[in-house]
Write a protein that binds this ligand. Structure first.
Ligand SMILES: Nc1ncnc2c1ncn2[C@@H]1O[C@H](COP(=O)(O)OP(=O)(O)OP(=O)(O)O)[C@@H](O)[C@H]1O
Length: 269
């Protein structure tokens, strides 16, 4: 579990994070939801140590991360896997080499054969067992995300951070990437945090959702609870989604629209 307590961050007098307190639960997809400019990326950067909060604390499974000794921060960092928005693969390396890269960096004690077994396992787990020799330029956006996921989990990460994993993908590919992240999270009991403003993802994989608005946490709960949340800013955000509006229309006209979605029946599409 990652515990975030009263995290504040300002830039030149502009307070971007106004005292965020929340938890990312173990073995769950924790979604950081909110509109543009609400501070999701800044919060994520503070959590992984790319940025220092002005005030507040971040604790990983009981180990304090903020302002702790370099060695302890490095130990925590080694357990973090990142899936970047644009996948951020190394263009000059093959898919195999991209996935092997963090193993070489983080686990120098592994033999070449052990690395090969791990890379092949991860490639298989993300459904790319035949793509190891391809270059990033030769594969689709969805495949690149899969490689990014394989690279993130290769060193057996305990924590997985995904920055808008669906950006640039068509709806069906987005759904498959969401499902893959969700499966891996539950299978390996990873604490996963996902930045998103996609209501589809909320409905598909939102085990725990944290809604940010103007640098504040206004609500958190599950995907089953979110449609009944009585927070005006959250309601406005939810019903700005055309998917939810369409489902509500069905709900109003008959039975089962929104309920059907929250029960996951939309995945059959
Ligand atoms: N390094 C920085 N220096 C100054 N201001 C920054 C910096 N990083 C972020 N900001 C500001 O912080 C605010 C929140 O930005 P952030 O990127 O966290 O939003 P977001 O919720 O992730 O938005 P989006 O969904 O559009 O990516 C913005 O006003 C942004 O301009």
């Amino acid at each position: 579990m990652i515990e975030i307590h009263n995290v504040q961050k300002s830039f030149n007098g502009n307070q971007v994070l106004k005292g965020i307190t929340c938890t990312f639960e173990t073995g769950k997809c924790n979604l950081l939801l909110g509109g543009s400019g609400t501070g999701k990326s800044v919060l994520l950067q503070c959590i992984v140590g790319l940025m220092q909060p002005d005030i507040g604390s971040i604790t990983y499974d009981g180990s304090v991360f903020t302002n702790n000794k370099v060695q302890i921060r490095q130990e925590i960092r080694r357990k973090i896997g990142m899936l970047f928005q644009g996948s951020a693969l190394f263009d000059s390396m093959t898919v195999y080499e991209n996935i092997e890269f963090p193993l070489k960096m983080l686990t120098p004690e592994m033999t070449r054969e052990e690395r090969r077994d791990r890379v092949e396992f991860c490639l298989k787990r993300v459904g790319l067992e035949n793509a190891g020799n391809k270059m990033p330029a030769e594969i689709s956006g969805g495949m690149k995300k899969r490689v990014g996921i394989a690279r993130a989990i290769a060193p057996n990460c305990t924590y997985l951070f995904c920055d808008e994993p669906n950006s640039g993908l068509d709806p069906l590919t987005s759904l498959k990437i969401d499902e893959l992240i969700h499966e891996i999270t539950h299978e390996y009991n990873i604490t996963t945090a996902i930045i998103t403003h996609d209501m589809n993802s909320v409905i598909e994989i939102g085990d725990h959702i944290i809604f940010l608005h103007k640098g504040q946490k206004l609500w958190d709960g599950t995907k089953e609870e979110i449609l009944n949340a009585q927070v005006p800013e959250l309601k406005e955000f939810i019903f700005s989604s055309s998917l939810v509006r369409a489902a509500k229309k069905v709900d109003d006209e008959s039975e089962g629209g929104l309920a059907a979605i929250t029960e996951g029946e939309s995945t059959s599409a």
